[in-house]
Every structure is written in structure tokens, then in C-alpha cells.
Design a protein around this ligand. Structure first.
Ligand code: FE2
Ligand code: FE2
Length: 370
């Protein structure tokens, strides 16, 4: 079904054009890659998978409770609006929220695919071009999967959030080749990864859990790539150049914290924008969620060497400074383990089922002959 038939709100023009600036770069050095980056490229090739096969699309999803989100997690919970809603309306609200959330994932994945392709084009080194080519494929798979989930299981898609779109636009319009890394790999993907992780670890629904676990297995490589490439490059930049990048990070972080909360959903339920913003701000659950959204960004920014005073101050102000000490390597190793464990469990369950079926067939056979 065409997506334009299932948009909750009008997304406007069907194509968004962002004029590109900056150079496409060819490198004539083919055999001087950094070992760690080439190893990551090899891993990217080895770990390719097919979302049509690896995910169990037969699993049913109730669009009115797609993620099993607890009531307290809804921004309206505990307000007069919530009290007035009946079960059907609450289900409708859940559907809109799940659609909004996964739609931002979907549009973000398209953005990631385009940024990864841009990196292939503009980054000077061949090893990074090779790696980013595998990431482009990964992001295509992610967009495909989220798109299928929304169309087949939720039946509703939300347009891209204005602020996510503007951050994406700023990232792509910049002619400096490191900006797609910083805007996309570090900020947008860092944020998305934290959101994926919170849903993966709390949902009791098997299909979204599979999707998130497998997508996160790929994302662990993407974060490693961004860190490696930027850490090397930022060592060569002047203080002034580093401060410019930090300003970009500060602005992007505030924007995502304050302007990416699904206010559009509440507006669709007749709540005026200003009040919808207040309600989202007030919700204790959302406050915690918003803080945790930075668990992947802060340590990454620190690690690549953007840790000037103004940036530190901004993180203190946002209450996320201490997240800088969390261990990214450990988090990413866990992301990979969780996906592998899920595969193993599913394989074991299938095996048990197969053995049981064979047993039944033998018994039935014995009854017939005996
Ligand atoms: Fe992705
Ligand atoms: Fe990614």
C-alpha cells in the first residue's frame, strides 16, 4: 500500500531535495588502509543478513498495543485527558505513539543511508569508503524493515518531525566531510540507538524485539566506525575548528532533547501545542527517557575529543554529564551478544518444535500399525 495512503498527517511534497555541497573525492591509494578499519569492513561484509528471512514476520502485532508500553509511560497518563479516555481511545493513542516513534526511526534510517552514501562519496580515504559502503547497505535494510513493520503491522505512518528534518538538513548541507559523521553517526544515530535499546529491553512483544535487537547488532559497528574515523581526524584540527564542531553538537543535543517528543501526536488528539509541550515536559517517565537518550552520545563525544568547557557545561545543564563515563565498548559488545542470544534461543525453540513434531508423527504411526 502506498505510504501516502497511511500518513497520519500530510507530509507535504513527496520528495525533499537537499542541495549538496562539497567535493566528491577519489583516492588513488588502494592498499594503505588502517588495519582496524579494514577489519571492521570485513566484519560488515561477514555480518550481512536479510530482513525478510531473519525476522519472523508471521508474528502477530496488535496495532493498539504494539510494544506493550506501560500506562505510566504515556505522556497523558495521570492527566484529566487520560481519565476521560475510554479503552478504545487509549488504544488509539498508543497506536499513534508507536507509529510516530517507529516513523522517526524509519525516516532516520533513510537519513542514515543517505549520509553513509555521502561519506562514501566525500571521505578522502579508501578504507573509510569501503566501510561506509557496507553501512549504506545496512541502513537500507533498516529502512526496509521499519517500513515493513509500519505498513504491515501498525498501518499508520507519521511524517518526519520538523526538528529531526532540520538537523538532517544541516548535516547534509555542510560541505565539510566530517559533518555527516558528526551529525548522523554521532548525534542522530546515538540518540536512535539509545531509544532502540530502551524499547528492546522493555518490550514484551517478540516482533519489535527481534527487529530492534538485529538492527542494534549492525549499529554497534556504525558507532565504532564513527569513533575511529573522527578520533583520528579531530586530533589534527585546530582549537577553533574543534570549538565549531562542539557548538554544532550542543545545538543538536538541545534540539533533540526539547523538540523530539511526539507533540504532534497529542495535537492530533485535540490538545493545543503549548499544552502538549507542557504535558510531555511534566511526565516523569519521559524525563527519565530523555536523559537516557544521551547514554550513547555523551561517551562518544568525549571519546572523539570534543570535550571543551562549553560542551561539558551544556551536559551538566542537561543533567547528562556523568553519562560520559559509561563504557561504550561494553554497551556495543552487549548489543551484539543480545542479538546472537536471541538467534540461539529462536533456533533452539524451532529445534524443540521439530523434535516434538517428529515424536508425534512416530506415535501416530505406531497407533496406526499397532
Ligand atoms: Fe540504521
Ligand atoms: Fe546506523
Amino acid at each position: 500500500m502506498p505510504t501516502f495512503d497511511v500518513y497520519a498527517n500530510d507530509p507535504g511534497e513527496p520528495i525533499w531535495q537537499v542541495p549538496a555541497s562539497g567535493a566528491a573525492r577519489f583516492s588513488w591509494e588502494y592498499d594503505d588502509g588502517r588495519e582496524r578499519l579494514l577489519a571492521l569492513y570485513q566484519k560488515g561484509k561477514d555480518k550481512q543478513w536479510d530482513g525478510q528471512l531473519r525476522i519472523d514476520w508471521d508474528l502477530e502485532v496488535d496495532p493498539y498495543d504494539a510494544l506493550g508500553t506501560p500506562e505510566e509511560a504515556m505522556a497523558l497518563y495521570g492527566t484529566p485527558y487520560w481519565a476521560k479516555m475510554n479503552e478504545r481511545e487509549r488504544g488509539e493513542l498508543r497506536k499513534h505513539y508507536a507509529s510516530w516513534q517507529f516513523s522517526q526511526f524509519l525516516h532516520g534510517e533513510q537519513g542514515a543511508m543517505i549520509c553513509a552514501a555521502r561519506i562514501v562519496e566525500s571521505v578522502p580515504d579508501m578504507d573509510a569508503k569501503f566501510y561506509s559502503a557496507t553501512q549504506t547497505m545496512d541502513e537500507a535494510r533498516h529502512a526496509e524493515i521499519y517500513g515493513r513493520f509500519l505498513h504491515e503491522k501498525i498501518g499508520m505512518v507519521y511524517p518526519i518531525n520538523d526538528n529531526l528534518q532540520s538537523l538532517l538538513g544541516d548535516t547534509l548541507r555542510d560541505s565539510r566531510w566530517d559533518m555527516p559523521y558528526l551529525g548522523m553517526q554521532v548525534l542522530i544515530e546515538g540518540l536512535a540507538l539509545a531509544a532502540f535499546g530502551m524499547i528492546r529491553d522493555t518490550t514484551n512483544k517478540p516482533l519489535p524485539k527481534q527487529i530492534l535487537a538485529y538492527v542494534m547488532q549492525d549499529e554497534a559497528r556504525h558507532v565504532a566506525f564513527g569513533r575511529m574515523a573522527l578520533r583520528d581526524y579531530y586530533k589534527q584540527l585546530t582549537d577553533a575548528e574543534l570549538r565549531e564542531r562542539e557548538e554544532f553538537v550542543i545545538e543538536g543535543c538541545y534540539l533533540m532533547r526539547d523538540r523530539l517528543r511526539g507533540v504532534e501526536v497529542l495535537e492530533n488528539f485535540g490538545i493545543p501545542k503549548a499544552e502538549a509541550e507542557q504535558l510531555s515536559e511534566r511526565s516523569e517517565f519521559l524525563q527519565l527517557f530523555r536523559r537516557l537518550l544521551f547514554s550513547r552520545i555523551v561517551p562518544c563525544v568525549k571519546d572523539i575529543g570534543l570535550w571543551g568547557e562549553r560542551l561539558q557545561q551544556a551536559y551538566v545543564d542537561m543533567g547528562v554529564f556523568e553519562l560520559g563515563d559509561s563504557n561504550l565498548d561494553l554497551l556495543m559488545a552487549q548489543d551484539e551478544e543480545i542479538a546472537e542470544k536471541l538467534d540461539a534461543e529462536r533456533f533452539a525453540a524451532e529445534e524443540r518444535e521439530r523434535v516434538a513434531e517428529v515424536g508425534e508423527a512416530i506415535e501416530a504411526g505406531q497407533r496406526l500399525t499397532g
